[in-house]
Unconditional design. Structure first.
Length: 263
């Protein structure tokens, strides 16, 4: 069995990227971020792809960042370049999420089950979000003593209003699919995973009736207005966490979180 953190299949114009991650609950670690960016970089030149769908393996989209994986990275950084590690590494992860946002072809998130932290930041980079009624969303980075820094605070204001976003970011609360739809976080809610995939298939059939350059033009026009603000915000987040939390502070917070959830 492959240990790859994601699997890609293409069918009738739709590339489905299934997130398996590097840990339980499709946790986002290992080579996931590099593999995602590498795939998204191929999309513009592939004529067989008209749109991309992100989906989690099984009954979960993703529990977010793989804390065990990231904790190992932090500990290694202590022995080499801890003072610059957080800033450099956050920017590396930001680039992977931005590769999704910058794709010239539409990207759809199909969200079933938990969608937490870095996973919610990832789906904020998608053009369209469909959820099953089992979906749950949260942005709990404050519990780790950090500001969400992979683009959620920059992109989610283009999706939901500031009041709802601030409530999510300040409290770390979990909201269900019904509320997510009510505040505009998701486009629509479906009964189950099968219905999500059917909705994505219907959507790609509609999109495929339009010229590819029109889809790209729509994305560029919609995105261009906000690009500079997003870039500044990403830079500010990276510097803020590096300065105010630091690798050592994040390491202790992650270790405590893992101890708290250990069986």
């Amino acid at each position: 069995m492959s240990n790859a953190p994601l699997h890609v299949s293409v069918d009738r114009g739709l590339a489905t990227v299934t997130i398996l991650g590097s840990g339980k609950g499709n946790a986002l670690g290992g080579t996931f971020w590099d593999d995602l960016r590498a795939f998204m970089d191929t999309v513009p030149t592939r004529d067989d792809i008209r749109a991309t769908a992100l989906v989690g393996e099984g009954e979960t989209f993703s529990v977010g960042m793989d804390l065990r994986w990231y904790l190992v990275r932090l500990r290694r950084a202590e022995r080499s370049h801890a003072h610059t590690f957080m800033d450099d590494d956050v920017r590396h992860l930001q680039h992977a999420v931005s590769a999704v946002a910058d794709s010239p072809k539409p990207v759809i998130a199909l969200i079933n089950g938990e969608c937490t932290g870095a996973a919610l930041e990832l789906v904020s980079a998608c053009d369209i979000r469909y959820a099953s009624r089992h979906a749950r969303f949260s942005l709990p980075e404050a519990e780790l003593g950090v500001v969400a820094d992979l683009g959620g605070l920059q992109r989610l204001p283009l999706v939901i209003n500031q009041g709802h976003l601030r409530e999510l970011a300040f409290t770390g609360r979990t909201i269900d699919a019904e509320r997510a739809a009510r505040i505009g976080l998701v486009n629509d809610v479906y009964a189950d995973s099968a219905a999500l995939h059917e909705a994505a298939r219907t959507l790609i059939d509609e999109l495929s009736r339009h010229p590819a350059h029109v889809m790209e033009g729509i994305k560029r026009v919609l995105g261009e207005t906000h690009q500079e603000g997003i870039r500044r915000g990403l830079d500010h987040c990276a510097r803020w966490n590096s300065t105010h939390t630091g690798a050592d502070g994040l390491r202790h917070a992650m270790a405590a979180r893992l101890d708290a959830v250990a069986p």
